[in-house]
Design a protein around this ligand. Structure first.
Ligand SMILES: [Cu+2]
Length: 123
């Protein structure tokens, strides 16, 4: 019985290693930290910020802000944060109360493109 366990342990170890290593090798840059948080309600933010799970190409990664009808709410263009290749920010104009949609696009350093959107509400 102990012999059997000893034989299986390395197999289990290698299998769990595959589970942890393989997904990250194929990972794309997913939004990890969003400020303001998706579906949150709060005071008007001075900026919109998304930190991705991995470095993104600043030239091909952006944030756009619209109101709930899709009308652009951002005269500024988003910009990468110097020294932080995982974060994109967008200076926000003084936003009146209402619900806004953050549209994001990113191209991670492995060349994969992802996009999505989420909402937040200014009280
Ligand atoms: Cu990828």
């Amino acid at each position: 019985m102990d012999q059997l366990k000893a034989t299986f342990r390395p197999v289990v170890f290698i299998f769990s290693l595959m589970l942890t290593v393989v997904p990250s090798a194929f990972a794309h840059a997913h939004p990890k930290t969003m400020v303001p948080a998706p579906d949150s309600t709060g005071p008007a933010p001075s900026k919109i910020s998304i930190t991705f799970s991995e470095a993104v190409e600043p030239k091909f990664s952006s944030i756009k802000l619209t109101n709930i009808e899709g009308k652009p709410a951002d005269p500024e263009t988003s910009a990468p944060v110097p020294g932080d290749p995982t974060t994109i920010t967008l200076a926000a104009p003084s936003l009146p109360a209402g619900t806004y949609v953050v549209h994001w696009v990113d191209v991670s350093v492995d060349g994969h493109r992802l996009q999505g959107s989420y909402q937040f509400t200014v009280r």
